[in-house]
Design a protein around this ligand. Sequence first.
Ligand code: AMP
Ligand code: GLY
Length: 421
Amino acid sequence: MKILVIGSGGREHALVDSIAKSSRVKKIFCAPGNAGTAEKAENINIREYNIKGLLKFARENEIGLTIVGPEIPLMLGIVDEFREAGFNIFGPTKNAAKLETSKIFAKQIMTKYNVPTADYVVCKDKESGIEATKNKSFPYVIKVDGLAAGKGALIINNQQDLNDAIKEIWDDEKFGDAAQEVLVEDFLEGEELSVFAITGGKNFVILHPAQDHKRAFDGDKGPNTGGMGAYAPAPLGTYEVMENIQNMVIKPMIDGMKKEGIPYTGVLYAGLMIKDDQPFVVEFNARFGDPETQVVIPLIESDVVNLFESSARSTMSSTTFKLLHKKACCVVMASGGYPESYEKGKVIKGLENDMEDTMVFHAGTFKEENKIKTSGGRVLGVTAIADSLEGCIKKAYQRVEKINFDKKQYRNDIGAKGLNK
Ligand code: AMP
Ligand code: GLY
């Protein structure tokens, strides 16, 4: 079978790598891909938002299965268009993807099907926004309804934060159309966990629970980033916690979407806050997480192509699926200055220093004059697998230390939270 993977980050490199292990795969294409995906796939120069171009490519190349990495093509309805044209594609339809693309829609479904989440008020303009924050004690959260590249949740700790939020959202209109409606919601205490369920609309399987590290610096300090590292399975996701997540979040959401006539297929990413073993939904995403994918996908023992295909065709059963009983840690190597301004075009050295049970997933890289160079904020994700969490963290950092580029920046405490458990 010929497979098309859409996207260009570390997530997509990890997907390509896993797909390449399947004996069913004849050829992999990645659109647009990066220097890492080019090792096992043929990169094609079609951007992820060019749905017509991607469909034309799928037709001309007889693609048997398409896997969508990022949320933008989902929002644009790539799954609907591919299915209409008779192609198998892994991901939710445009309407189902509203669980990510509209936070208010997600809240409505959660409320209707009793899925635990923070209480909220919907505000349609500045006046109602200000009204909703009156008499509310700090901290609380203001969120724009639509997609905002991970920057749409503003934690309000004091009056200054509120003034800044009002200015950004309503005066400067920084979020554009995404902020036509806004949520004011309660602050959830607890520890965050990322859980990925793969579903064909009815049955589902749940991958190892993972923890991301969103802040730029050690000790969860500094600005929010796309994610500086991840590990799985996170000990926070005990048997009991995972049972609660399955029964209180994943199953009611998948059943609920089916009842609404909007069956959800693909991966449902639940961003959760866990407190006293109880899960609360912070947000849903309609795609895999980055960098969580770089740890949860390598921990799948089963053929991922069978898994993605059965989700795409809605023929999924929950029985034929196996996870490795191992641990994985991924350390993101970023460009100095990220997530603020940073330089590009730095030569990356040491990539050839291979180590057993480690993988280097490319994110912001490109090839020029036979050299791999940096081209983005998050440059590489270095994943290691071992029997213990301690072991995979150690191995990931050993590999990280062998890789060099000018002004490299990474956290030194990825997975430390898990060790403290
Ligand atoms: P989101 O854009 O919804 O993913 O939110 C980004 C980050 O903001 C989350 O990963 C949390 O760390 C934080 N956050 C969002 N909503 C809440 C909430 N209700 N309570 C506490 N933290 C939150
Ligand atoms: N790891 C956070 C995200 O993918 O949104």
